[in-house]
Write a protein that binds this ligand. Structure first.
Ligand SMILES: [Fe+2]
Length: 429
């Protein structure tokens, strides 16, 4: 034993050699590299009791039609907004066999799953890193690197290729899952606001407890590459890891640890609430926060000219929703099509209301165009969502009036010198 304790430059847990690929331990246990970027990117090493390729002969096969809704055909969405109702939980569906694709582009996708059955197999996604958001449910994500306990409001990041299994706790479960095909999610931060807005790396929770299994039996691993699912069977438990080292790891991140950017005198745009950037996609969290004091507290009407927007409603009052949405619902706003506050919330803003707190949590994922929606999503779409804005065409406050132009000109004159109250005093002399 050395006199003092140290930590190394790379996270490690359990029994590992002094350095990767080196030392006498490797003549007794089996090192496996999880390597990104053609072994030049992020990397982790796991040390196994048994060779990771000890699959049983004659047992590997493709599984046609294994998760049909995950391959739901994609369609161009055109210029219609959609609101998707909550996906039903089908009996017998586990996390992956019940996975349903909602929206996708070439490098990212949004999916939904409402699992009810346990996983009697292990899973590896060979083509995407997955970001889960737990809208409802709790359980344990068991991984090669150790277990991660999770609950409602947690993000779970499962890197491409990591063997894992969900052990569902009691109660109902509802997860949104975002796939990143061309790279791992990067923490979003702006050079002007630094690394602690809107969250800190210290908020990430990586597994630190190994639950090593020295068990024999039939252990099935299902993998996915694009639309092809393949099964292989091993004679030993896949979590036979006695140690690991590296920075390519699964982790969790609680939505309550998002500390949002707020502004008294302006409106923070959606991009100010980004938590992760993925190739072709960005993920934002709108969470509980102070209402703008003098800036607009409803979103400005906007056209997102390069991205299709999805917004999953997790909790709260949903200040811009105008009573149209509720928990578990997802809105899909196509590229280029204008949208913004529903009439009820805009009316409240125009009347000077200010609730003090936006009491809501919504998860937004925007997908670079060309992005498409699935037939499954269109099947969940509630009719009439475009009509949520209908009273803009009929309410006398918003509809055509012959004297509207003159009224606006008079207002322009009257308000020309209007200033915020929250400002430094001016020299009136
Ligand atoms: Fe939007």
């Amino acid at each position: 034993m050395e006199k003092y304790e140290y930590f190394s430059g790379t996270p490690e847990v359990g029994i590992v050699p002094r350095a990767p690929h080196a030392g006498p331990l490797l003549r007794h246990v089996f090192e496996q590299e999880h390597g990104r970027g053609g072994f030049a990117g992020k990397v982790s090493h796991t040390y196994h009791l048994y060779p990771p390729t000890n699959w049983l002969p004659g047992e590997s096969r493709h599984l046609p039609g294994w998760a049909p809704d995950w391959e739901s055909p994609l369609r161009a969405v055109g210029g219609i907004h959609h609101v998707l109702g909550v996906a039903p939980a089908a009996p017998g569906h586990d996390v992956y066999r019940g996975m349903g694709r909602l929206v996708a582009n070439a490098t990212a996708a949004m999916n939904v799953t409402a699992p009810r059955a346990p996983m009697d197999y292990f899973f590896e996604h060979h083509a995407a890193t997955m970001v889960f958001f737990v809208h409802a449910g709790r359980g344990t994500l068991e991984t090669t690197f150790g277990p991660i306990e999770y609950g409602k409001g947690d993000f779970l990041i499962v890197p491409k290729g990591v063997t894992h299994r969900f052990e569902l706790g009691p109660g109902s479960h509802y997860y949104w899952m975002y796939e990143s095909f061309a790279g791992d999610p990067e923490k979003s931060e702006a050079p002007t606001t630094g690394q602690f807005i809107t969250h800190s790396r210290s908020d990430y929770r990586f597994p630190r407890s190994l639950d090593t299994r020295n068990e024999s039996g039939r252990f099935e691993i299902v993998s996915k590459v694009d639309g092809v699912y393949t099964r292989r069977v091993h004679p030993t438990h896949p979590f036979d890891v006695i140690g690991w080292r590296g920075d390519y790891l699964p982790y969790k991140f609680a939505v309550e640890d998002v500390r949002p950017l707020v502004a008294d005198r302006s409106h923070v745009p959606p991009s100010g609430h980004t938590i992760f950037r993925l190739p072709g996609c960005y993920l934002c969290v709108f969470t509980v926060r102070s209402v703008e004091k003098e800036g607009m507290w409803v979103p400005f009407f906007h056209k997102n000219l390069d991205y299709l927007e999805t917004l999953g409603y997790h909790f709260g009052d949903f200040f811009s929703g105008g009573g149209v949405v509720g928990p578990g619902v997802v809105t899909v706003h196509p590229v280029g099509l204008p949208h913004g506050p529903k009439p009820r919330s805009l009316q409240a803003f125009m009347d000077g209301a200010n609730a003090g707190v936006h009491n809501e949590v919504g998860i937004m994922a925007d997908f670079a165009n060309p992005a498409q929606v699935s037939e499954l999503a269109l099947g969940l779409s509630r009719p009439g969502y475009m009509d949520a804005w209908a009273s803009y065409a009929s309410d006398p406050r918003f509809a055509y009036a012959p004297d509207r132009l003159a009224e606006a000109r008079a207002l322009g004159e009257r308000l020309a010198d209007a200033r915020d109250a929250l400002r430094p005093p001016r020299d009136e002399g």
